[in-house]
Design a protein around this ligand. Structure first.
Ligand SMILES: NC(=O)c1ccc[n+]([C@@H]2O[C@H](COP(=O)([O-])OP(=O)(O)OC[C@H]3O[C@@H](n4cnc5c(N)ncnc54)[C@H](O)[C@@H]3O)[C@@H](O)[C@H]2O)c1
Length: 246
């Protein structure tokens, strides 16, 4: 993909699942990657280094503005700049609305919505000074269409679309781009928590492709949207869902 070589790409939630696949994809494209996660991401960093690319693990809690500031400081100290932020960290705490606790609401909003605000706020001064940069955020098919038992998650995944579109309008003339991906059901730990019967009878039946997506298929969309091939794509939401919303 054009324009990714030597770019500094900061990916949150990068220790596992879609984030890990994204780190590996950007490393293959010649980027320098920061594996930022609450959980230990050193195994992912070792995988990247084995491919001969530069990588750094930074432990971060995206909920904490101080922790996020330290993540960006460590990135700039190691690589001198940041070119791409991928807001990928996310959690679920599912319950039907009549049983959803305030705690489950607050926890999901804190990571999936406020976390995106914190990380984007912290990289913005660098991107604005450079007059270039890309911020990509994980929405979800659930944000676009809602889902049983996911009031909290759907609210946050719709919310990040509104944030992204606002930033695209505010900062396009500063040379910055902001886009979302909206994955469908991707075979990661998050989806493996769904009971198999629900997965087969309620989810896969709706996917024309007839299968779960692969983390690498979302990683490919992130790489495209971050690349110079997507220079005129701003404020977009790219669905990667095997057609499950058709
Ligand atoms: N898997 C899917 O089907 C699917 C579909 C649509 C959207 N998404 C979104 O894609 C993103 C990645 O999902 P995944 O399936 O790879 O999930 P995952 O659970 O495999 O990975 C999420 C990562 O985020 C990290 N994380 C959680 N809270 C954090 C915090 N406070 N600070 C820093 N890191 C934190 C976790 O440690 C984990 O490594 C999420 O935003 C998710 O909502 C996933």
């Amino acid at each position: 993909m054009r324009g990714l070589k030597d770019k500094v790409v900061l990916i949150t939630g990068a220790a596992s699942g879609i984030g890990r696949a994204t780190v590996l994809r950007f490393a293959e494209e010649g980027a320098r990657v920061v594996v930022a996660d609450f959980a230990d991401g050193s195994a992912t960093v070792e995988e990247v280094k084995a491919k001969g690319a530069a990588a750094l693990y930074v432990q971060v809690d995206v909920v904490s503005p101080d922790s996020v500031r330290a993540m960006v400081d460590q990135t700039v100290a190691a690589f001198g700049r940041v070119d791409v932020l991928i807001n990928n960290a996310g959690i679920t705490k599912d319950a039907m609305m009549k049983k959803m606790s305030k705690e489950a609401w607050d926890d999901v909003v804190a990571v999936n919505l406020t976390g995106v605000f914190n990380c984007t706020s912290a990289v913005l001064p660098h991107l604005l000074e450079q007059k270039s940069g890309v911020v990509l955020t994980s929405s979800s098919v659930v944000g676009l269409y809602g889902n049983l038992g996911q009031t909290n998650y759907a609210a946050t995944k719709w919310g990040v679309i509104g944030m992204t579109k606002s930033w695209a309008k505010e900062m396009a003339r500063n040379g910055l781009r902001f886009n979302c991906v909206a994955p469908g059901f991707i075979g990661t730990e998050m989806v493996r928590k769904i009971p198999e019967q629900v997965l087969n009878e309620k989810i896969l039946i709706k996917v024309p492709a007839g299968r779960l997506g692969e983390p690498e298929e979302v990683a490919a969309a992130f790489a495209f949207l971050a690349s110079d091939d997507a220079q005129f794509i701003n404020g977009a939401v790219l669905s990667i869902d095997g057609g499950c919303t058709l």
